[in-house]
Design a protein around this ligand. Structure first.
Ligand SMILES: NCc1[nH]cc(CCC(=O)O)c1CC(=O)O
Ligand SMILES: [Mg+2]
Length: 331
């Protein structure tokens, strides 16, 4: 016996469906998904997003319906992103602090409709509220300032927590914001509000359709490279994660998803904490475009990519395919 072929034939366990099921290492379920949703003003409004075929912005009544749909599908959590009206955007993004802004009204409507049956994750960053589309405050040279931005992000987080958010998800990549937000949540009595930090968020070309969806795409001049990470860097992602965990993050996120699965695995191996990934808008659009061009079966592409996230070490995935995938899994 050599332990080699022909004693060992790895095809033996693949020969039948029952055996493949028995040997499957990880199993994807609808409970692995967080469903990102775009909120817009008005009543009974559904606005399809051209660059994200199959995804719409919904007015608050529609968002509450989507939350009920998520519960029915077994999806445990939704992520909210507001499309703020142009006349409510400003250079300093103070609409983020308004207790009656679109985000806060959506949180309260979901809570009214669904109680505690669904988790509500809210994005913290100023880009849906700034007139310039950057995630923070600009100095007179157009640089996104760190510490002054963190002060506003803390206010934004407390505003969302007071409205009923369960998970605060800072996506801005300012240094020190997790610690500042954690301290404010603790002293504000929101001790069970989680922080899921976008710890390793890269300056990516895959965010285009999202920026259309929240209306910041046309406003943004330049790029976000002075705060989001260089796609060439992996060790730096581990430093980002270490800092956010030390500052009080409950879980960390890697973003985008598929091009950064190596980062997911390195983070999981190093820290053994809950890791999430965001399969971002450009990844969703890429799969839909491939399927529309006849380059692959859409449902199979969706399931294969989502399975890959779990295999790489993710506790869950933020994905616009969440309802599609949940329906496929629920049969
Ligand atoms: N802070 C904003 C934010 N939060 C989530 C995304 C991208 C999500 C996606 O592309 O699906 C972005 C875009 C950006 O940083 O420009
Ligand atoms: Mg950081």
């Amino acid at each position: 016996m050599t332990g080699l072929y022909p004693d060992t034939r790895l095809r033996r366990t693949r020969a039948s469906g029952w055996s493949r099921a028995l040997h499957r290492e990880i199993v994807l379920t609808p409970a692995d998904f967080i469903w990102p949703l775009f909120v817009t003003e008005g009543a009974e409004v559904e606005e399809p997003i051209t660059s994200l075929p199959g995804v719409s912005r919904w007015s608050i009544d529609g968002i509450a319906q989507r939350a009920k749909e998520a519960i029915a599908l077994g999806i445990p959590c939704i992520a909210l992103f507001p499309n703020t009206q142009a006349d409510r955007r400003s250079d300093d993004g103070t609409e983020a602090l308004n207790p009656d802004n679109l985000m806060c009204r959506a949180i309260r409507a979901i809570r009214d409709a669904c109680g505690d049956d669904i988790g509500i994750l809210t994005d913290v960053a100023l880009d849906p509220y700034t007139a310039h589309g950057q995630d923070g405050l600009l100095d007179d040279r157009g640089y996104v300032t760190n510490d002054a931005t963190v002060d506003v992000l803390v206010g934004q987080s407390i505003n969302q927590a007071a409205a009923g958010a369960d998970i605060i998800a800072p996506s801005d990549m300012m240094d020190g914001r997790v610690g500042a937000i954690r301290e404010a949540l603790e002293s504000g009595g929101h001790v069970n509000v989680q922080i899921m930090s976008y710890a390793a968020k890269y300056a990516s070309a895959f965010y285009g359709p999202f920026r259309d969806a929240v209306g910041s795409g046309g406003l943004l001049k330049g790029d976000k490279k002075s705060y989001q990470m260089d796609p060439a860097n992996g060790e730096e992602a581990l430093r980002e994660v270490a800092l956010d965990l030390s500052e009080g993050a409950d879980s960390v996120m890697v973003k985008p998803g598929l091009p950064y699965l190596d980062i997911v695995r390195r983070v999981k191996d190093r820290f053994e904490v809950p890791v999430f990934a965001y399969q971002v808008s450009g990844e969703y659009a890429m799969i839909e475009a491939a399927a529309a061009a006849g380059a692959g079966d859409r449902n199979a592409l969706v399931m294969e990519t989502l399975t890959s996230f779990k295999r790489a070490g993710c506790s869950g995935v933020l994905t616009y395919h969440a309802p599609v995938a949940a329906r496929l899994l629920n049969g």
